[in-house]
Design a binder for this molecule. Structure first.
Ligand SMILES: Cc1cc2nc3c(=O)[nH]c(=O)nc-3n(C[C@H](O)[C@H](O)[C@H](O)COP(=O)(O)OP(=O)(O)OC[C@H]3O[C@@H](n4cnc5c(N)ncnc54)[C@H](O)[C@@H]3O)c2cc1C
Length: 428
């Protein structure tokens, strides 16, 4: 990298998290010059290996989240030829088991009912991100600036944007036809372009850890609603290891953080019960404050917002990344169509097609997630009674269960080519 050099790209992706890297991979086969800017250094090699993560992986990990990838996300990664590298770390989910502690009402969703090999796959977040970023490095149409941070962004008279980056070697100036904001919930792009965002603070935090259990999980993902907040235990590779996401009121976070491992496991056992036998051990716990963010604008000439930069969701239904990935699939498809039809990607109609395709599903998932977060954390008696009845009805009413499950699999509505396992420029 040289100091004060200006380069032009067709697409400049700001942020190399799961969304930024997935978009780079999705654009890998298109005749476009792409650049990606990521603030953090390149992942270390321990973050990618071909065998399932062992104890040392969890001890070194800086992000202990277990991410539930929907069936549509797995299809996308297959189409982008990166699934083979993710698969050794991914546990297939054969069933989702939803229950209410101390009350009636159990719901089960199974892969068999949906006629899919798995409802989804659970992957350690750190390994997923490392695999995607190391794979992105092999793309011939991609230039990566890393570690580098976006400092300024201005639109020029010709419609292109000029971005200044701070890199280890000094400042670098780039211009681009299209800017993609994939720089997370506190998006710098949003700030620099004065795009407002609406935030809802839940006054809850997610306690995240990895737990070893006495009984095998058999590919079942558990979501249990308790008086101390929803407890999710997601099956991880290794048979008896599960990724915990425990949503607790922020005021009680310190109490849970200060418990010894033994006391923490006892509290978890009391909330969750013994479906996975006795909990044996737990990794250090990490916490994430929970917030819903929605940017007020997703597209404007030469700019599109994706992933957490556009919408940050409550993790209760494991939808945030999955929704963002379907946005990636649709954006790649409309850009691919534009290239095929010799339409310039600076034509705003291209971004309008993307937005028209996505806005309905985005709103549906946002409301679904927010509704679930309210329903399952409320202690108001009418809400509690309603949710018990709702869970019973849900389990017995195929006309409600079926379409909702298709939504969470990412198979509802018009499904983009990548989410059907096809390359964005494969026309069939
Ligand atoms: C506890 C928890 C559990 C979750 N579980 C699930 C789940 O099971 N399934 C699911 O689908 N979703 C889940 N999610 C949501 C999921 O984690 C997010 O949707 C996803 O991480 C968003 O990815 P992103 O790439 O948009 O943002 P990020 O992961 O935040 O990446 C943004 C990137 O941009 C970089 N960046 C920021 N600013 C700059 C700058 N100025 N210059 C250069 N680079 C910059 C950052 O370094 C970062 O790498 C969960 C979330 C939480 C909190």
């Amino acid at each position: 990298m040289q100091t004060h050099e200006t380069n032009h790209y067709d697409i400049l992706i700001i942020g190399g998290g799961a969304i930024g890297n997935s978009l780079a991979l999705a654009l890998g086969s298109l005749p476009l010059r792409v650049a990606l800017v990521e603030a953090t250094p390149k992942p270390a090699t321990h973050q990618r290996s071909n065998s399932p993560p062992q104890v040392e992986f969890w001890e070194k990990s800086k992000d202990l989240r277990a991410i539930a990838l929907a069936h549509s996300a797995q299809q996308m990664f297959s189409a982008m030829n990166v699934w083979d590298e993710i698969a050794p770390h991914a546990e297939p989910v054969s069933m989702v088991h939803v229950s209410n502690r101390g009350r009636f009402g159990i719901t089960r969703l199974t892969a068999k009912e949906q006629a899919v090999p798995a409802l989804g796959y659970v992957v350690p977040a750190e390994q997923l991100n490392a695999t995607l970023s190391l794979r992105a490095e092999t793309l011939s149409n991609l230039t990566i600036f890393r570690p580098a941070t976006l400092q300024t962004l201005t639109q020029q008279a010709d419609g292109n944007h000029e971005a200044t980056l701070q890199t280890a070697d000094g400042q670098q100036t780039l211009t681009s036809t299209l800017i993609v904001a994939a720089d997370g919930g506190r998006s710098k792009v949003r700030e620099l372009l004065s795009i407002d965002a609406k935030a809802h603070h839940y006054d809850e935090s997610a306690l995240v850890a990895t737990v070893d259990c006495a009984l095998p999980h058999q590919g079942v993902a558990y979501e249990r609603f308790t008086d101390t907040g929803p407890v999710a235990l997601l099956p991880l590779r290794g048979g008896q290891r599960a990724g915990l996401v425990w949503t607790v009121p922020s005021g009680q976070l310190e109490h849970y953080q200060q418990l010894s491992d033994a006391d923490f496991l006892a509290a978890l056992q009391q909330s969750f019960g013994y479906r996975l036998g006795r909990f044996q051990s737990v990794t250090p716990r990490m916490t994430y404050p929970l917030i819903q963010v929605k940017a007020k604008q997703q597209i404007r000439p030469g700019v599109v917002l994706l992933g957490n930069a556009m919408h940050t969701l409550h993790p209760i239904a494991g939808q945030g990344l999955n929704l963002g990935l379907r946005d990636v699939a649709v954006l790649a498809e409309v850009l691919s169509d534009a290239c095929r039809q010799s339409q310039s990607i600076d034509d705003f109609a291209v971004l309008e097609r993307f937005y028209a395709w996505r806005k309905q599903e985005q709103a549906a998932i946002r409301w679904f997630t927010h509704g679930l977060a309210y329903l399952f954390t409320s202690t108001l008696p009418p809400v509690v009674i309603g949710r018990n009845l709702g869970m019973l009805a849900f389990d017995h009413l195929a006309p409600i269960k079926q379409p909702l499950t298709r939504y969470t699999l990412g198979l509802a509505g018009r499904v983009p080519r990548l989410a059907r396992g096809l390359a964005p420029n494969k026309y069939s």
